[in-house]
Every structure is written in C-alpha cells, then in structure tokens.
Design a binder for this molecule. Structure first.
Ligand SMILES: [Zn+2]
Ligand SMILES: [Zn+2]
Length: 297
C-alpha cells in the first residue's frame, strides 16, 4: 500500500503543529510519503505566508527530519506557491535556490489588478482578498473589489486558475474550486448555474491538457466547510473526461486531519472514473499507481 500527502502546513506558516509532530503522526497513520508545502509568495512575505527570510530555515528543518526517519517514511520538501497577477507566480525559477522536491501552484487571492491583467474590464476596487478566508472577509472583498458581483468574482477566480496552469511550471494544482469553501454561508453563486458549469468545463479542459497533477483536496471537509472534496464531483468528472491525472491531499493544518476524508476522496475519484493516482517515485518522478493500491487507513 502507498499512502501519500503532499499538502501539509506547519507552524512555519499557518499550521498548528511542528514538522516533527506531523512526521511522527504520519508514521502512526501508516503514511509512506509526507510532503510539506508551506504557503509561500517568495520573494515576498505576508501574514499567512512563510516569511521570505525563513524559507531556508524551513527547508533545513524538513531535510533534517528526512534524515532522522529514513526508513520509516519518505519526507519531501515543497511549497504551496501563490499565483496573483501581475507579480506572484509559482515558477520553478522563483524557488530553485531551495531545491524543492515539488511545487504546488495555488490561487487564493483575487484583486482588481489581477482581474484587469486577465482581460476583465470594469471599475475594480483596491487591494486583494483571499477566497478561502473567513466568510466576512470574503464578503467584504467581493463587495470592495467587484461591487458585490459574486459571479464576476468566480469568473476572475477560474480565469486565474486557467492562466496559472497554462503559464507556470509547477507540479500540482491546488484545490481548483476552493471558492466553494464559504459559499454555503455566503451563497454568492449557484453550482448548477449554466455560467458556473461553463467555467468548470473550460477550466477542466485546461487542467486536463496541462500535464499537471490535480489534487483532490479534503481540507474543506475536515474543516466542515464543504461536504465534498475540491474539485467537486462534477468538476472531477470533467477532469477525468479530459484525461487529467490526480493525487490525493489533505491540505493539513492540524495533524489530526492528516488523512481526513481520504476514503471520501477515493470514492469520489472512483465515481468520476479514475483508476489511478499519481505519486512521486523514489527518483522524484511522478508515476501512476493503481487506485486500489492507495491506502486510506
Ligand atoms: Zn491553499
Ligand atoms: Zn494549503
């Protein structure tokens, strides 16, 4: 059995546990591979991201653990690298000095500047906001930047994901519909609206053809925000239809959620038609394994 998670946050960014606590927990939970993925916007910093000056220290600590537990678990160092036009891009060249084992590309933030850079026209408000922030923060951001237009915020979000996937050379695409996280409270879009389905179709096509690995992310389920993983079952079905490849990640911020809802992720993947999961081989190449060989427990 193989059991992997490449999406793990620690006290170096906004996680609650130290890397060592997480490694010990992962060994207890029968993980074969644990990848760390600090939020990063290098060479910049923000309160939710790893401070620019701590990148080196973070990598050193993860590599120390790699040496401490060589036969028990495979430990990998990575980043969840932010995409926000025009300045923040998850490019290997931005991170090459840290020699990460993998890079996750993620869209969390939207801004008027990024909307304009993507070709949207309008009178956008200042600043930015994170679509997976607290509900009142998301509500205020949509109001301030998009005049309360939730549909426009969604369209800018999906356009950002497509642009990131098409132009940046990272490995794993993070939670490609994480904007669902606060929708059960805010109701700023309907997943059955035809324009929303159009966005999913367009985005699934770009994701599937990119050759990147799309994560099934169970973090929203662990935190009781959604009842299905990111991407939603419908989105995942479209990704499968297009020939996309997937991995399974928990986007863990607390060690007790390290394998939260992995059974749900597997079931959702199988229902969408997937027969295989992508994992990083010992030589650091992505390889396909049978979904039946991926462990949940
Ligand atoms: Zn994220
Ligand atoms: Zn994350």
């Amino acid at each position: 059995m193989v059991k992997t998670n490449y999406h793990t946050h620690t006290t170096f960014c906004d996680g609650k546990n130290s890397p060592e606590e997480l490694v010990e927990w992962a060994i207890q939970r029968n993980f074969t591979d644990l990848g760390f993925s600090a939020h990063s916007i290098f060479p910049f910093s923000s309160s939710m991201h790893l401070a620019a000056e701590n990148h080196e220290k973070y990598c050193r600590e993860i590599r120390r653990l790699k040496e401490k537990f060589p036969h028990k678990i495979r430990i990998l160092v990575g980043f969840e690298a932010e995409f926000l036009l025009p300045d923040y891009l998850p490019l290997q060249s931005n991170y090459s000095e840290f020699q990460p084992d993998f890079l996750i590309g993620a869209v969390h933030m939207l801004s008027g500047k990024s909307a304009a850079a993507l070709g949207f026209q309008g009178d956008f408000g200042d600043g930015h906001f994170s679509v997976d922030g607290p509900a009142d923060h998301v509500k205020e951001g949509i109001q301030r930047i998009f005049g309360g237009d939730g549909k426009l915020a969604c369209q800018v979000y999906f356009a950002s994901v497509r642009e990131m996937v098409a132009t940046c050379d990272f490995d794993i695409v993070a939670h490609p519909d994480v904007l669902r996280r606060r929708n059960s409270i805010l109701r700023f879009f309907h997943e059955d609206a035809s324009w929303y389905k159009d966005e999913l179709e367009k985005t699934a096509r770009v994701l599937s053809q990119s050759g990147k690995i799309i994560e099934i992310n169970t973090g929203g389920i662990a935190r009781n925000c959604v009842t299905t993983p990111y991407p939603s079952p419908e989105f995942l079905r479209l990704i499968h239809e297009g020939g996309g490849k997937i991995c399974i990640n928990s986007d863990c911020h607390r060690m007790e959620y390290l394998d939260a809802a992995y059974d749900v992720a597997i079931k959702t993947a199988e229902t969408a038609g997937f027969k295989s999961i992508m994992v990083l081989s010992a030589e650091n190449h992505w390889k396909e394994i049978d979904i039946k060989d991926f462990g949940c427990q």
